[in-house]
Design a protein around this ligand. Structure first.
Ligand SMILES: NC(=O)c1ccc[n+]([C@@H]2O[C@H](COP(=O)([O-])OP(=O)(O)OC[C@H]3O[C@@H](n4cnc5c(N)ncnc54)[C@H](O)[C@@H]3O)[C@@H](O)[C@H]2O)c1
Length: 244
């Protein structure tokens, strides 16, 4: 077990990639605090994690609200005595034409996807010791453009820059800061009709959509001692999409 006795906080952990990450960390012996705006879904998810014989609990937390973030991190530290790993996963990706995008729509995406990463990282870093890990879920939309997602692409590009800068600031404390940039991953949030799905798969060199486990495998590696000498990096997990 790579993470026995460690404590992780995972945001947006009710479903999709966040749930996949929570389960994968638990399989490696990690206790997990699951945060989400959907408390009921999060409690169900925490039950699944507990079945893997680790401690887990759910917290209602909107990552764009500082008070809720601070309370999630302090309840994790209170319950488990420390936070070793933070996974900034919560994110939204609503398609909106740039010409019709309202200020409120822009702000909502940036508040959740980028400000949320700042708030959670700042709160968690305070309770981290040497060996701590901050891992943010970026996207290939931080590297290539997607029509209808200008706010989302900006937020994920922001995560990459933030990751590099924070890695430098936390390096003296031996806290590693990295990001994982997924391609097209099969999750409830990314569900599409069969035609769109087929078109997407045709554009992926490895010929399939990714799964939450594909992303979770990279997160487990970055959370473990096996990645001790890696910081300030964005690891792309996309079946070869951006290699074209
Ligand atoms: N699915 C993909 O193809 C894909 C690709 C690249 C990157 N990503 C990124 O992966 C992450 C997870 O995506 P997913 O596909 O699993 O999405 P999803 O919609 O299936 O799940 C997202 C979870 O985040 C929660 N959430 C939403 N707003 C929140 C907030 N303000 N505070 C806390 N929790 C909140 C939701 O309730 C939900 O449980 C996101 O950051 C997304 O941008 C996804």
């Amino acid at each position: 077990m790579l993470l026995k006795g460690k404590t992780a906080v995972v945001t947006g952990a009710s479903r999709g990639i966040g749930l996949g990450i929570a389960l994968a960390l638990a399989k490696e012996g990690c206790n997990v605090v699951l945060g989400d705006i959907d408390l009921k879904g999060c409690e169900e998810a925490a039950k699944k994690v507990q079945k893997l014989k680790v401690k887990a609990f759910a917290v209602k937390c909107d990552v764009s609200k500082k008070a809720e973030v601070d309370s999630m991190i302090s309840s994790a530290a209170k319950k488990f005595g420390k936070v070793d790993i933070l996974v900034n996963n919560a994110g939204i990706f609503p398609f909106v034409d740039f010409s019709k995008m309202s200020e409120a729509e822009w702000d909502r995406v940036l508040d959740i996807n980028l400000k949320g990463v700042f708030l959670c990282s700042q709160a968690a870093a305070k309770s981290m010791k040497e060996g701590g890990r901050i891992i943010s879920i970026s996207s290939i939309a931080s590297i290539i453009g997607f029509s209808g997602l200008s706010h989302y692409c900006a937020s994920k590009g922001g995560i990459n820059g933030f990751t590099r800068a924070l890695a430098l600031e936390l390096a003296p404390r031996k806290i590693n800061v990295n990001a994982v940039a997924p391609g097209a991953i099969d999750t409830p949030g990314a569900a599409s009709d069969e035609k769109t799905r087929k078109q997407t798969v045709m554009g992926i060199p490895l010929g399939r959509m990714g799964t939450p486990e594909d992303i979770a495998n990279a997160v487990v590696f970055l959370a473990s001692e096996k990645s001790d000498y890696i910081t300030g990096q964005v690891i792309v997990v996309d079946g070869g999409w951006t290699a074209k």
